[in-house]
Design a protein around this ligand. Structure first.
Ligand code: FAD
Ligand code: FES
Ligand code: FES
Length: 453
């Protein structure tokens, strides 16, 4: 049955928003202005500072998200927890450790820390999406060391297909891909919305309310992730957090995990999707070098195509007006392949790449039999360095051959505030040269940090 009211669970209580609620209103605005839950703060309104962090709950899972980027329509069927709904223990642990000073960031940090008490992982990485200008983080990390999972949980409700209509806007949450395609044909100007970590800025910062939205989050064809002998297949609307987890747990894809851990923050990875990265087709989309290096296949509502044919030009992809990305297949690298993923950005955490490289080098009889070296940030679109790849084929991967491959890089990058053209070329050559080091020293730490000159 079609639902026409936005429903979700908030702090354990079922909610139904009044008919006529604008579905692209941000969760943050609604929490603060209608629900009077003003613990959740607005700092940047663009997903960077984490002051607006709330947690999506689904059974045992807790995923922090940025309420400033999330729309009410996307929350339909979800369970949301705000700082008002978790008791005092986490906040008191922070206060006891002097982990709060002016306090503006504190509710967001409380929510990230609360999610971390369940999800675990590296505490620094769990805070990468929360900016604190006062404490220097040491006391916050100390406080986190003393926090425990409180056992609280709430379940997301399996969402029914829904449409929320007001005189200004219609917001559809179709249940099947066929329905979504039919809607897109009927409403050619409708915005396709997945995680909203790109489009969310238009709702949050630019205060745009598009007349029609088709949200892609509730279609089973676009959700789920499967790992098998052939590789990974990820639904286009499945968040990055699932891909990160799958890569971290699979030896062949594990070199991608530290790179994915630097794609945005936990908040961004809980909502953002590979489908959205392909949809935006930005030259600095971090998923795209992965897809090119692995010869990924893009499955759409109409066809399958290699990712190399999908990315056409600056922010331009091969999608027809009524075509929707359904899933992405990442083939498993051949046994013994070298897989390297490097991201260079001005800031280590929560920053956009200045230069990103993902390389897959396969060997036969001690020489390179196949090389894929894909760069972001070096051209108008993410693209392979075919000159460098060619320089490696049929040869052993040594310092000398890697240097020759680096010298064969065929890019003419731009200068911008993330790095000059000269710096970009030097950095890219350095990354290609380092391939031999990665090959010779497979235990070398995967994470890299460099500041452009
Ligand atoms: C604070 C912050 C940090 C970020 N950091 C990074 C980073 O480090 N690296 C990086 O690469 N990106 C980063 N991003 C950008 C963003 O997270 C990614 O581009 C993400 O992949 C977008 O996915 P989404 O699901 O949120 O897309 P959405 O915003 O929902 O959509 C983006 C575009 O893709 C289209 N689209 C989405 N899904 C489909 C589909 N299935 N079929 C057809 N079209 C579709 C939409 O219509 C829209 O045009 C960051 C964003 C923010 C706000
Ligand atoms: S207000 Fe800064 S991330 Fe949302
Ligand atoms: S305590 Fe002031 S910003 Fe964190």
């Amino acid at each position: 049955m079609q639902d026409n009211r936005i429903r979700f669970t908030l702090n354990g209580q079922p909610m139904a928003l009044p008919a006529g609620t604008i579905a692209t209103r941000t969760l943050l605005d609604w929490l603060r202005e209608d629900a009077w839950l003003t613990g959740t703060k607005e700092g940047c309104a663009e997903g960077d500072c984490g002051a607006c962090t709330v947690v999506l709950e689904d059974g045992a899972r807790r995923e922090p998200i940025n309420a400033c980027l999330a729309t009410l329509g996307q929350m339909h069927g979800r369970a949301i927890r705000t700082v008002e709904g978790i008791g005092r223990a986490v906040a008191e642990a922070l206060a006891d450790a002097d982990g709060t000073q002016c306090g503006f960031c504190t509710p967001g940090i409380v929510m990230s820390a609360w999610a971390w008490t369940r999800e675990g992982g590296d505490a620094h990485e769990a805070l990468a999406g929360n900016l604190c200008r006062c404490t220097g983080y040491r006391p916050i990390l100390e406080a986190m060391g003393r926090m425990q999972d409180d056992g609280v949980r709430a379940d997301a409700v399996a969402p029914a297909p829904a449409s929320f209509a007001t005189p200004e806007q219609v917001f559809h949450l179709p249940a099947t891909l066929a329905e979504a395609v039919a809607l897109k044909r009927a409403l050619p100007d409708a915005w396709l919305l997945a995680g909203g970590t790109d489009l969310g800025l238009r709702f949050s910062e630019h205060r745009e309310n598009p007349p029609a939205v088709i949200a892609l989050l509730n279609m089973s064809e676009l959700r789920g992730l499967r790992v098998d002998g052939t590789g990974i297949r990820i639904g286009a609307a499945e968040p990055y957090s699932a891909l990160h987890e799958a890569c971290a747990g699979d030896a062949d894809f594990a070199p991608l995990a530290p790179y994915l851990a630097r794609l945005g923050s936990r908040q961004i990875r809980a909502m953002g999707t590979v489908g959205g990265n392909l949809g935006t087709a930005s030259p600095i989309g971090d998923a795209l070098p992965i897809l090119l290096a692995l010869d990924a296949v893009v499955e759409t509502s109409a066809r399958e195509l290699p990712v190399a044919d999908f990315l056409l030009d600056y922010r331009r992809n091969a999608l027809a007006a009524d075509e929707i990305i359904a899933a992405i297949r990442l083939p498993r690298p051949a046994p013994g392949a070298l897989l390297v993923a490097e991201k260079l950005s001005r800031r280590h955490d929560q920053d956009i790449s200045a230069v990103a490289m993902v390389a897959r080098v396969e060997f036969a009889g001690g020489v390179v039999s196949r090389a894929r070296i894909a760069f972001g940030g070096m051209a108008a679109t993410t693209r392979r360095a075919t000159g460098a790849e060619g320089a490696l084929i049929g040869r052993a991967l040594t310092r000398e051959t890697a240097r020759e491959a680096a010298a064969a890089l065929d890019f003419a990058p731009l200068s911008d505030w993330r790095g000059s053209a000269e710096w970009r070329m030097t950095a890219a050559r350095g990354l290609v040269e380092r391939l031999w080091l990665r090959h010779a020293h497979p235990k070398m730490p995967a994470d890299v940090f460099a500041v452009p000159a």
